[in-house]
Design a protein around this ligand. Structure first.
Ligand code: ZN
Ligand code: ZN
Length: 160
């Protein structure tokens, strides 16, 4: 698939990268139909965030259509149109149980590096270097971990 990749300060390019696949029963794969550029993306573009690596895919504000779900995802099905929030949340840790999804303790793949970079590690974050997640959104497809927790279904007939 095509994706927007980071190569260094003020250097982003459209590259071809592997298509995402279901890796966990709670994953979904979403075909991105609309995405935004956020002020948070500028922290990556201007080199402010220290954990980016060449080829990292950017993006964290997408809408799209579900194309595949893992066996444990019962709230979504192929064809559903969804908005996927920035912070990835497991739905059952100490913080998620209180609705504090941006602090999820389970979804961060590299909490030690994130803590070193920022003082504390937030939840896993899409499109914010492999320090926070390995799924990204300014691309044709997105793997959504814990897809049974946060994606919001668009009401039928509502335009993007
Ligand atoms: Zn944002
Ligand atoms: Zn959690």
């Amino acid at each position: 698939m095509k994706a927007l990749c980071w190569y260094g300060m003020n250097d982003v390019r459209i590259d071809t990268v592997p298509d995402p696949k279901i890796r966990d029963p709670r994953d979904a794969v979403v075909k991105i139909t609309a995405t935004a550029i956020c002020g948070s993306d500028l922290h990556l573009y201007d080199g402010f965030m220290p954990t980016m690596e060449k080829g990292d895919v950017l993006g964290h504000e997408p809408m799209g259509e579900v194309v595949e779900v893992g066996s444990a995802v019962t709230n979504l099905k192929p064809g559903d149109r969804v908005v996927v929030p920035f912070a990835i949340a497991c739905g059952s840790c100490y913080f998620c149980a209180k609705g504090l999804f941006s602090l999820c303790d389970t979804s961060k793949p590299n909490a030690g590096a994130a803590r070193k970079a920022m003082g504390q590690s937030p939840a896993g974050l899409f499109g914010y270097s492999t320090c926070w997640a390995d799924s990204r959104r300014q691309a044709e497809y997105l793997r959504v971990p814990f897809a049974d927790v946060r994606p919001l279904k668009n009401p039928a007939g509502m335009p993007e």
